[in-house]
Design a protein around this ligand. Structure first.
Ligand code: OOG
Ligand code: MG
Length: 253
């Protein structure tokens, strides 16, 4: 399979908000090739003027692995075009079949070059916040294999971040909730994110180093969801709350 061609196909599907068939239905490719497709697809965005603003971890909880039927940790890239202001609007027409999930997000204070040990991570983090990720698989029916979803930048399309809080190690057992129009639609615990969301950040440093993707000062790193993701509904108010970390919201239009 031509990796560049696959990358362009995925990028176009995202830009036009039109789903495509799973790549692995017709082609066989391995995980490293999937990450190369992801890199090339993001390169298309960067060529158009977008900027990398961070990385996201995926399938760091059992609930997410169960919902999507994929059982390995994955990581993807975030660009500035994906940001939704806290209190801002998300336009349904821009997406294919978007879902939202509450997350915890780290703000990086210092360039990271190489894997960092769990106990040394404090040196590199100057904020932690509640976030909502919008995921929007480019594949029909939101169905994919591990290689498909990695090539598709782990379904990334949007993120909203709440107010940054002072970093603390004490985030291993925080209640995480998602509301649509003030109604609770999903809840879980940060304990379900690898037992401790800091471990997700540690994994991000390991995987970024493995794939030669530097983590830069100012980046945000999303730790992955603890709950299943919920389809966005028209005209709804979407809010996430994480115990001790505050809330973040946006309006679907
Ligand atoms: C893939 C992205 C997974 C998470 O938080 O686990 C993810 C998907 O579910 O489509 O973002
Ligand atoms: Mg996520």
């Amino acid at each position: 399979m031509d990796l560049k061609q696959a990358a362009i196909k995925l990028d176009q599907a995202a830009m036009k908000a039109q789903p495509i068939e799973q790549l692995t239905k017709e082609h066989h490719f391995n995980l490293d090739e999937a990450y190369e497709i992801q890199r090339l697809a993001i390169q298309e965005r960067i060529t158009r003027g977008e900027k990398l603003i961070g990385l996201k971890m995926g399938f760091t909880s059992e609930a997410k692995m169960q919902q999507m039927g994929v059982h390995d940790m994955i990581w993807g890239r975030l660009t500035d075009s994906m940001i939704i202001e806290n209190g801002g609007e998300a336009e349904l027409a821009k997406y294919i079949h978007p879902r939202a999930e509450p997350e915890i997000c780290f703000h990086i204070s210092k360039d990271i070059n190489g894997e960092v040990a769990l106990e040394d991570l404090d040196e590199y983090v100057d904020g932690i916040a509640t976030a909502i990720e919008i995921i929007d698989s480019r594949f029909e029916n939101f169905k994919f294999s591990l290689e498909d979803v990695v090539a598709d930048n782990c379904s990334s399309i949007g993120l909203a971040i709440g107010e940054w809080q002072k970093p603390t190690r004490d985030i291993q057992n925080l209640k995480m909730e998602q509301f649509f129009n003030s109604e609770l639609v999903a809840d879980g615990s940060s304990a379900d994110i690898l037992g401790d969301p800091w471990k997700s950040l540690q994994a991000a440093t390991r995987l970024a180093a493995k794939y030669n993707e530097p983590i830069k000062a100012g980046y945000v790193i999303m730790a992955g969801a603890a709950t299943a993701a919920i389809f966005l509904k028209p005209e709804s108010d979407v809010e996430a709350k994480v115990e001790n970390l505050g809330e973040v919201r946006f309006q679907v239009i």
